[in-house]
Design a protein. Structure first.
Length: 454
């Protein structure tokens, strides 16, 4: 049965952008459109400066710097420990309530099934007789997965970051996540870590956690990792960008964002629920409706106001929607799709007709949810698709977290005398053109007679 649209007056007004005004040359509309499209995962310079100070401190003072930063912003464990060992995670696993453990196990299995289809393969190619090139897949030795926490635990993010690592056969996997305000690490989060046999759990959040993963904590026996993965707030994202010169990262997955492309007969209440789902991630999470129908937009806005009013996390929702919610009116479906591709949302829900042709026209999005029965929360928890996705418009050039993120390809070049002879002149000609004569000579001397030949 179709839900009835609430008739209450909207108490929560969303920003409006009319793409027809942009096309007509309206300067303010153009500025708003450009600001939405050309956003960044981290745009606040004070955040970047603060992150640089924290990272420098962690590099210099190790565990004590992490403890001090935890004490300042939250995330410390009540007993002061920074590292939880596997035995405690296994105990949390064994203590999980049956219903919760079954849910974790099903979600883990679904993520694993999808991840197993992504396993990279090594290849060998014969370029010419005597020249063989290999592209060898090698899993990482040590991975650091950041899992948001503190105000709310995210065992789903732990699964999304750790399961592909297990499929990729990473040797060691460590997790960093902050404790809550009482100093406790969520037992479900620890239990999920136990199910996935995580090697160590760092009780820290924010930039200090990223610094500990990247630089290690020698005084705690905590080694640096080879790559840092996982979502986080602006501080976490800025820290990942800062450490990327010394350790690999997945992508700057900043504050979560969602977009819904919908028109009637889509249900305004369901659309409003999907927008609110996205806004629930935090007060800096964009939630945007793109539609061609102004009356439908008004109905969705009324539904949003009604749902927020009775939502348990209503304050977070209201702040997020007030500051980062928006309605974009498009003159046509083609114009709507063009805006979606320009914006490149992290999450995109589509409920329009024709449905599949519209999905096929999307080229820039982290994850696409198709039709009225595909809420974004399904992908967050249980479909098996990864929910660590590019934000800030990075979906124009990046995809979501996948198994290939957890390893690398090494090029191996096997060249015989015959093979080198076949490209000898090409090497000499190009080296001379670039003025790199030692490159040429490194080839030529190999063909000079040796003492054994004389």
């Amino acid at each position: 049965m179709r839900a009835e649209t609430p008739t209450v007056a909207p108490r929560l007004a969303l920003r409006r952008l009319d793409l027809a005004d942009v096309a007509a040359g309206d300067i303010e509309a153009r500025r708003l459109r450009d600001a939405m499209v050309r956003r960044a995962a981290v745009s606040d310079p004070t955040v970047r400066e603060g992150v640089q100070r924290i990272l420098a401190d962690v590099r210099a003072r190790g565990g004590q710097a992490v403890r001090d930063a935890n004490a300042a912003v939250g995330g410390s464990g009540r007993d002061g420990r920074l590292v939880i060992q596997p035995a405690e995670m296994r105990a949390a696993r064994d203590a999980l309530p049956n219903r919760r453990r079954r849910a974790l196990e099903q979600a883990i299995d679904n993520v694993r099934r999808f991840a197993e289809t992504q396993r990279p393969a090594s290849t060998r190619t014969t370029i010419a007789p005597g020249i063989e090139l290999e592209r060898r897949w090698v899993p990482l030795a040590r991975l650091g997965a950041y899992v948001p926490g503190g105000s709310a635990p995210y065992p789903s993010s732990l699964m999304m970051t750790v399961v592909p690592a297990r499929v990729a056969e990473v040797e060691q996997v460590v997790v960093a996540s902050p404790a809550d305000r009482a100093g406790d690490v969520d037992p479900t989060l620890l239990g999920a870590a136990g199910l996935l046999e995580v090697d160590a759990f760092l009780v820290a959040g924010g930039a200090q956690a990223i610094g500990a993963l990247a630089f290690g904590l020698p005084d705690e026996g905590f080694e640096p990792v080879d790559r840092v993965v996982g979502p986080g707030n602006a501080w976490v994202t800025a820290a990942k960008i800062e450490v990327s010169s010394s350790v690999a990262i997945d992508l700057p997955a900043g504050p979560s964002e969602g977009m819904v492309l919908a028109v009637p007969p889509a249900d305004p209440v369901r659309v409003a629920a999907d927008l609110i789902t996205q806004a629930e991630h935090g007060p800096d999470s964009p939630a945007i409706l793109v539609t061609m129908d102004p009356e439908f937009a008004a109905a969705v806005e009324r539904a949003v106001a009604a749902l927020v009013e009775r939502a348990p996390r209503g304050a977070i929702l209201a702040a997020s929607l007030r500051d980062h919610g928006a309605v974009v009116l498009a003159p046509s479906l083609d114009a709507a799709v063009d805006f979606v591709n320009a914006y490149a949302p992290e999450h995109l829900s589509i409920d329009v007709e024709p449905l599949e042709p519209t999905v096929a026209a999307i080229r820039n999005a982290g994850s696409v949810f198709v039709g009225p029965w595909a809420p974004e929360s399904a992908g967050d928890y249980a479909t098996g698709a990864n929910h660590v996705l590019p934000t800030g418009g990075l979906a124009r050039g990046s995809g979501g977290l996948a198994v290939e993120t957890y390893g690398k390809f090494i090029q191996v070049q096997r060249v015989s005398r015959e093979g080198l002879a076949s490209i000898r002149d090409t090497i000499a000609t190009l080296a001379e053109a670039e003025g790199l004569f030692a490159h040429r000579d490194a080839v030529e001397l190999r063909f000079e007679p040796t003492e054994a030949d004389r």
